[in-house]
Design a protein around this ligand. Structure first.
Ligand code: E4P
Length: 218
């Protein structure tokens, strides 16, 4: 399973990258705003900075909602770096744009996916990634993980190549469950990623090893 970091914060991206296990980055307009990036030119420059830090796929989201606008933006974003992936919302115009871009060999990430029907359409259109939002489904008392399982089943039935990118991760169990089900990628904020490191028996065991070593040196 690949690990993407879900942030536009350069320090967090650098920290995740320093672990040596980072495969890519996802952003969205809210994450860019949270990172304090304002104005179109600055947003484009920021994508370049991210793409320079991480060699893997970096999702950059369009803000147009019509086909022509999406394609114009996509072409501009794709120029920034070879590892930029165009993130497009799952709406009718977005579906057309994904099909057009995939026919041109441009990588896409179909975002804001909340049902297996939407995921099926994304795969039919040739999306490189589909992003089901687990946490936001959990937030409204739906089962986010069940959606990942349903999409895995459907994609396997037809050998669709679209990668399942589990998004809207809230905690480490979302990552573990995604791995159990067989999601291809998980995009996570830094905190759940770092939480995977933690186990009290590791800390306890290490303290004992270090103490015993220290005693053996007296
Ligand atoms: C990433 O592709 C998504 O935009 C992101 O995971 C959404 O996460 P949120 O539901 O925490 O905003």
């Amino acid at each position: 399973m690949k690990f993407f970091i879900d942030t536009a914060n350069l320090e967090e991206i650098k920290e995740a990258h320093s672990l040596g296990i980072l495969d890519g980055v996802t952003t969205n307009p809210s994450l860019m705003a949270k990172a304090g990036i304002k104005g179109r030119e600055n947003i484009l420059k920021h994508y370049k900075k991210i793409a320079d830090i991480v060699p893997g796929d970096v999702s950059a989201e369009v803000i147009s909602t019509d086909f022509d606008g999406m394609i114009k933006e996509a072409m501009e974003l794709a120029e920034i770096a070879p590892n930029i992936v165009i993130k497009i919302p799952m709406i009718k115009e977005g579906l057309k744009a994904i099909k057009y871009l995939s026919d041109q060999g441009i990588k896409t990430n179909c975002t804001l996916v909340f049902s297996s029907g939407q995921a099926l359409l994304a795969a039919k259109a040739g999306a490189t990634y589909v992003s089901p939002f687990i946490g936001r489904l959990d937030d409204i008392s739906s089962e986010g993980m069940q959606l990942i399982a349903d999409i895995r089943l459907i994609y396997d039935n037809y050998a669709y190549e679209t990668k399942i990118l589990a998004a809207s991760i809230r905690h480490p169990m979302h990552i573990i469950e995604s791995a159990r089900i067989g999601a291809d990628v998980v995009t996570t904020p830094l905190k759940p990623l770092l939480s995977l490191l933690n186990h009290p028996l590791t800390d306890k065991g290490l303290a004992k090893f270090l103490e015993d070593y220290r005693k053996s040196q007296e």
